[in-house]
Design a protein around this ligand. Sequence first.
Ligand SMILES: NC(=O)c1ccc[n+]([C@@H]2O[C@H](COP(=O)([O-])OP(=O)(O)OC[C@H]3O[C@@H](n4cnc5c(N)ncnc54)[C@H](OP(=O)(O)O)[C@@H]3O)[C@@H](O)[C@H]2O)c1
Length: 296
Amino acid sequence: MRLTLVVGPGRVGRTLALAHARAGEEVLLLGRRAGSWKNWARRSGIQPLRGRLPADAAPACILLAVPESGISAVAARLAGELTPSRRVRFAAHMSGLAGLGPLGPFGRLGFRIAALHPLVPFGSPIASLKALQGAPVTVLAGPGAARASARVVRLWGGRPWPLDPCIDRRRYHLGLVLAANHLTALLGWSEELLRPAFGDHAREMAARLAGEALEGIRRAGAAEALTGPVVRGEAAVLEAHFRSLRPDERRRYAAWIEPVLDLARRSGRLSAGKAREIENLMEAWRRPASPGGGEL
Ligand SMILES: NC(=O)c1ccc[n+]([C@@H]2O[C@H](COP(=O)([O-])OP(=O)(O)OC[C@H]3O[C@@H](n4cnc5c(N)ncnc54)[C@H](OP(=O)(O)O)[C@@H]3O)[C@@H](O)[C@H]2O)c1
């Protein structure tokens, strides 16, 4: 039976371990701390390991699902523990930022190496595995690794999406972080503001409205889909918002208006005069002695 080693029993690691176990592979899940993940792994037909690999373990596929900052150290340590083999083996990390450099120790052992980055926000393993079905997974493949990468991504149910090695991965990663994480934070705040009006339905109301906005973006692009007081140039409405907020919230709101104002300008639907008016308002609310009299 093919042996896969997944390192890092977090959100991504558990999901990918489950995918390989369900595909009939023998799976080792390696963590560094004790915890409930070990029982979860056993229940899921995955062998949990702590600390080191067994001396005779020779995984054909190694997936590093550890945070970005840990990839180099984990790769160097593991490569030192593995015995040389003539078989073609494969190692990948899941970071959208790191390139192939941190996987160098595996490359020097003859592994095919790749960065496989699923465009999915991971949560619980079962829900995340479902979300992976049909999802794009970008592939930055080292020499000879394209086929093995595509095979692994398909085993997860994902859609391999080869990435040009020349793109700036920092900007690529930020693009995804904005779409997934910043949107999530914004909706968290939206829910909080809507709670007095909708009580337990606040989350659903925020998510529903966001869903409609996303549909608009899919149909027509962000510039055309944008609605609201900024693109309408209604500085007085923004002023009312600022007055309703606590000082810490005002700072946050001013920061979030900036990209909205930028998009509104680029959409061609906001006049230069109205844009200046909104900019002046933001400036005023950012000053320590704000128009509302609060400290910003
Ligand atoms: N979450 C997402 O939506 C997502 C999406 C695409 C890609 N990714 C990428 O996937 C990777 C993992 O992200 P995640 O969200 O799954 O992170 P996570 O939930 O924080 O899990 C990381 C896991 O790695 C473990 N770990 C750290 N250092 C280790 C080591 N030296 N040996 C063994 N285990 C170690 C951590 O355990 P400890 O408790 O011991 O620290 C933790 O269980 C990251 O590179 C991330 O960029 C994440």
